[in-house]
Design a binder for this molecule. Structure first.
Ligand code: GLN
Length: 297
């Protein structure tokens, strides 16, 4: 008879101990911490085989989140599948900023672009119970996962299939948020670690990684109420360009926000706010810079 301790010992050398505990806990439907106090708990043959298979798949590179089927985000458990990006801790910044922008008790209408597992929209719906949340994704498979998450977490989010704004007609929102794909198509990171198993359409976006962001920034003004806010997550070195793009599109009060690692990760701006800090001269300057960059490409 194998025990918890023996199974974890057998996985040593193949996986870090924490991952092995997480996978065994998943097989036994117990928290990983439970295992620490139950070294001599006996494992049946089915559990052994299931654990061995998960260890082999993890050692072969499959993300832990896909193997166990969930990832924690903003203090809650979200189902994930290979049809969705795995929620990242740095994306919690986007949720925090959106909450800060509208304030608790807000009745704002908020749109989440490329909602994936729904982790951003659902977190906002649960933190801002009076707000109205819409999440769009072009992937029907991702929307199924998002729908399952809204049901499991009892969140009220309107989910719609849409290629960014394409299926939204005439609606205007107080806030638009998004964690769009922003990795450059040739970035070697796409061939490493978890990213190899995640949907490429949720990660990569053209030669400089900014195709989706350019489209979103250019279109967002038509879907924002006057004074509405756009908050976008982006890559560690894309802050200055996203700022320029937003200025060129008429956003003001631009601000860049650092994630817990100190990396500028989210740029925010307000549209059509006459009191904005962005002068029309700034705007023209930024437009000119974007034009010059395009010419060089
Ligand atoms: N932050 C992710 C990564 O670099 C990318 C997510 C995205 O493209 N939206 O792993």
């Amino acid at each position: 008879m194998t025990t918890v301790a023996a199974a974890l010992t057998a996985a040593r050398g193949k996986l870090p101990a924490g991952e092995a505990r997480l996978l065994l806990g998943h097989v036994l439907q117990r928290p990983a911490a439970w295992l620490l106090a139950h070294d001599d708990f006996p494992l049946g043959e089915d559990a052994m085989l299931a654990f061995a298979s998960l260890v082999a798949r993890r050692a072969g590179g499959e993300p832990v989140a896909y193997l166990v089927g969930y990832r924690e985000f903003f203090g809650r458990r979200f189902a994930v599948t290979p049809a969705t990006l795995i929620p990242r801790p740095e994306t919690e910044l986007l949720v925090d900023l959106a909450i800060g922008k509208v304030g608790a008790g807000s009745t704002a209408s908020i749109l989440d672009l490329g909602t994936g597992s729904g982790c951003i929209a659902i977190s906002l719906a649960l933190e801002l119970p009076a707000a109205r949340l819409t999440g769009v994704d072009f992937s029907a498979l991702a929307l199924e996962v998002a729908r399952a998450n809204t049901l499991a977490l009892a969140a009220d989010v309107c989910l719609r299939q849409s290629d960014w704004f394409a299926a939204l007609d005439g609606e205007r929102y107080d806030v638009i948020v998004g964690n769009p794909p922003y990795v450059a198509a040739a970035d070697p990171h796409l061939g490493r670690g978890d990213l190899r198993h995640e949907p490429l359409t949720a990660l990569a976006s053209g030669g400089d990684g900014l195709d989706a962001i350019r489209r979103i920034v250019a279109t967002a003004p038509r879907f924002l109420k006057p004074g509405g806010a756009l908050l976008l997550e982006h890559g560690h070195d894309q802050g200055p360009t996203v700022r320029e793009l937003m200025m060129a599109a008429g956003f003001g009060k631009l601000a860049q926000h650092r994630d817990l690692g100190g990396i500028p990760r989210v740029t925010s701006g307000i549209f059509g706010d006459e009191t904005s800090g962005c002068t029309s001269a700034d705007r023209i300057d930024a437009e000119e810079q974007v034009r010059q960059r395009k010419e060089k490409q």
